[in-house]
Design a protein around this ligand. Structure first.
Ligand code: F6P
Length: 374
């Protein structure tokens, strides 16, 4: 086995608190324990295709507590990248950059989509590992993803703050939390913050049953309510349209079919835009309580990573360096209990971990009387 001497790192997909902690974790462990050189690539797979790199040796100190990613990120995919207005397969350019830098391994920090792109590069002959990050916490085969804990703190704090103003004005406050496809963040923050209603993509809701839960609270003397709603939560018709659009995307094989399926999915998402505002107006009409909306948006993704995320990112990063030194590639470094474990990328790529209906957080919320609108 050839000893790894030079490794590349990139961050892809939406940014997430803890990315810099992970870059530092893997970089310091790779340099300090194994004498490797570490090169960063800017803006995800695009920077790799365009060979925009930065030596990380002297850039790893002082970044543990910094939000975002010092490398920059993008949602570009190696095999379908917009170049001069045209969609191009840049896999060849990526392989050339890897060879030009004489890399022995590439580390991609990202979610399920990044794992899918990483697997494509493994199939193109590169040594790749991934680390799971996303505030959505929806990566399969890992206990957790870094970014989630920080976002959970932010969203819970927001719900705490909304309580006192909702209570004072006898209002419904609908708080939109990130998560187009997975409800972990809304569920976690809703449960920790004591939201009266929690709406997640995995459990389609009926506006009438939410209104009835709010009216029940009014009858029992609580004339305010907090509704925590995930971006992707909706009524059964939305859930069904989304399911069908995703199934079409999975089944698509020709470039034309893939393009049509991607457009179909985007159309379903576009039709859902503004849903939180519509929901609040609808609840106001059905309950007679004044309603207001708070959209948390990108504050959930920005800023200083929490201690829990710094720990997780450092743990995963340093284990990643060990795996590269052992010559283990084509895997995601998963968190398992107190340890870490390599999981083959084909078990992770393109997959998503939804909230199971019988998850202990759902059951606990139901036990304390939280309405899921079902
Ligand atoms: O990082 C995941 C996520 O935060 C989702 O919850 C959210 O819907 C999405 O990214 C939005 O990100 P962007 O606007 O950067 O595409």
């Amino acid at each position: 086995m050839k000893r790894a001497r030079r490794i590349g790192i990139l961050t892809a997909g939406g940014d997430s608190p803890g990315l810099n902690a992970a870059i530092r974790g893997i970089g310091k462990a790779a340099m300090g324990n194994y004498g490797m050189q570490v090169v960063g690539f800017r803006d995800g797979f695009r920077g790799l295709a365009e060979d925009r790199s930065v030596r990380l040796d002297r850039r790893l100190s002082g970044i543990l507590t910094v939000g975002g990613t010092i490398l920059g990120t993008s949602r570009d995919k190696p095999h379908r990248m917009l170049v001069d207005g045209e969609v191009m397969d840049m896999t060849g350019a990526v392989v050339s950059t890897y060879e030009r830098h004489r890399l022995d391994a590439l580390v991609c920090l990202g979610g399920g989509g990044t794992a899918k792109n990483a697997l494509r590069l493994v199939r193109a002959g590169l040594n790749v590992i991934t680390l799971p990050k996303t505030i959505d916490n929806d990566v399969v085969m890992t206990d957790a993803t870094f970014g989630f804990a920080t976002a959970l703190d932010v969203a819970t704090d927001a719900i705490d703050r909304l309580h006192s103003t909702a209570h004072s004005h006898h209002r419904i406050i609908v708080c939109e939390i990130m998560g187009h496809r997975a409800g972990w963040l809304t569920l976690g923050a809703g449960l920790a913050g004591g939201a009266d209603v929690i709406l997640i993509p995995e459990i389609p809701y009926s506006v009438e049953s939410i209104a009835e839960a709010i009216r029940r609270r009014v009858r029992s003397g609580s004339n305010f309510s907090i509704v925590a709603v995930a971006e992707g939560a909706g009524e059964p018709s939305h859930a069904e349209a989304f399911r069908q659009a995703e199934a079409r995307k999975r089944a698509a094989s020709t470039p034309e079919e893939i393009q049509a399926a991607v457009a179909g999915l985007a159309a379903v998402e576009a039709a859902h835009e503004g849903n939180t505002l519509r929901l609040a107006a609808h609840l106001e009409a059905l309950t007679g309580l004044e309603s207001r909306v708070t959209i948390l948006g990108y504050v959930q993704r920005g800023g200083t990573p929490s201690p829990a995320d710094r720990l997780l990112a450092t743990r995963l990063g340093s284990s990643g360096a060990d795996l590269i030194a052992q010559g283990v590639f084509g895997v995601m470094v998963a968190a398992r209990g107190e340890g870490t474990e390599p999981v083959p990328l084909d078990q992770v790529a393109g997959k998503r971990k939804p909230v199971p209906r019988d998850h202990s957080w759902v059951l606990a919320a139901q036990h304390v009387g939280t309405c899921f609108g079902d």
